[in-house]
Write a protein that binds this ligand. Structure first.
Ligand SMILES: [Zn+2]
Ligand SMILES: [Zn+2]
Length: 357
């Protein structure tokens, strides 16, 4: 009788953790994370959907080490809404062993994305040494005509296809973000639309000002080459991402929003963008409950910890937490330390902006 009881107990433990596949095969269901996604909580802003996007990703078809459909699984599991596959046009060290043209990596990723309703954008990286450097052409139709000797001609062809042109990692590899005359000409002609302020693990403070002064979209991307978690670690699931304020959850809407410069660069708790977008995101992140004329509760519903100062006071609003807060005077101005509107320039917001006075 005792033996039977032990056996039954063993069975019930097994059934909690495993699923019987057949008479002698159990699958440890709890170990299967292939269909489990981390959610990133960043609220929608003023009638726009806040979409979490990575517009700079390499696969095995250029100098990456990951098959394109795995890029989709990684991004879906990391809680993103869209990625662009942006293999180098000119640098494809494995082309001798891989069949397929410059569109192949997108095709493989798109098929995987369609199967799970995940948005994949067709892109390519036009890759030259400085002064021009590297530029991503996003939302192209066909990467093949971009394979030309003159990089300016490649940009023209991408523009002819309706591309959004992003200047990549301006601070790499000389550890200095240099603004060359060729960039000035391209930006003045409306042929560069955005620039990376975060790339991989780097950021370029001087570029915060370029975006502000020249109305370029703030971009933040992983430029990932290896498996995402071998680069950022298992625990660090928040890679650099561009938050796009889109009218709808579609590739067309993402494109419209980027051309309209509705984007916020986000990495490692830092946000860089236009004051109105950052202010909107901050307000959407904080829910305020008045307790009495002196005290309020502020709940930060986002995954972003905000740090603000007013005078000599420091206020920390931890992600996903509620704090008790002494209600300040309406004219109090807060400087939000992790929100940047320019190089050495932080978002400021007055207490009266919070509609509780
Ligand atoms: Zn590059
Ligand atoms: Zn790249």
């Amino acid at each position: 009788m005792k033996k039977i009881f032990v056996f039954l107990m063993f069975c019930s433990v097994l059934s909690l953790h495993a699923q019987l596949r057949n008479s002698d095969v159990y699958e440890i269901t709890e170990m299967n994370y292939s269909s489990v996604r981390n959610e990133i909580h960043i609220p929608d802003v003023e009638g726009y959907q806040t979409l979490k996007c990575d517009f700079h990703i390499h696969s095995i078809f250029s100098d990456g080490n990951v098959w394109p459909d795995v890029r989709v699984s990684e991004a879906w599991q990391d809680g993103l809404d869209a990625i662009a596959i942006t293999d180098h046009i000119e640098y494809r060290p494995k082309k001798e062993i891989l069949k397929g043209d410059l569109n192949e990596s997108y095709k493989i990723a798109k098929k995987a994305g369609d199967a799970i309703g995940f948005m994949v954008i067709k892109g390519a990286e036009i890759t030259r040494s400085k002064p021009l450097g590297h530029l991503n052409a996003l939302f192209i139709n066909d990467a093949m005509p971009l394979d030309v000797e003159d990089p300016l001609q490649a940009i023209e062809e991408a523009l002819r296809q309706g591309a959004f042109i992003m200047w990549n990692h301006p601070g790499w590899p000389d550890d200095k973000s240099t603004f060359y005359p060729v960039h000035d000409e391209l930006i003045k002609a409306g042929k560069i639309h955005g620039v990376e302020v975060f790339n991989y693990m780097e950021y370029y403070p001087v570029v915060f000002d370029w975006c502000k002064q020249m109305n370029l979209a703030f971009m933040s991307n992983s430029d990932i080459h290896d498996p995402i978690h071998t680069s950022y670690g298992i625990e660090n699931n928040v890679r650099p991402m561009t938050l796009v304020l889109a009218k709808e959850r579609t590739v067309e809407s993402i494109k419209e929003a980027l051309f309209a410069k509705r984007s916020i660069a986000y990495f490692h708790g830092m946000l860089v963008g236009k004051p109105e977008h950052l202010k909107g995101l901050l307000k959407a992140s904080l829910k305020i409950r008045i307790i009495n004329e002196k005290q309020a509760e502020i709940t930060n519903i986002s995954d972003i910890t905000y740090r603000a100062t007013a005078g000599s006071n420091l206020y920390i609003l931890p992600a996903q937490k509620t704090i008790l807060f002494s209600i300040p005077q309406p004219e109090t101005v807060f400087t939000v330390k992790n929100c940047y509107t320019g190089n050495e320039e932080n978002l400021t917001i007055s207490a009266s902006d919070f509609d509780i006075w």
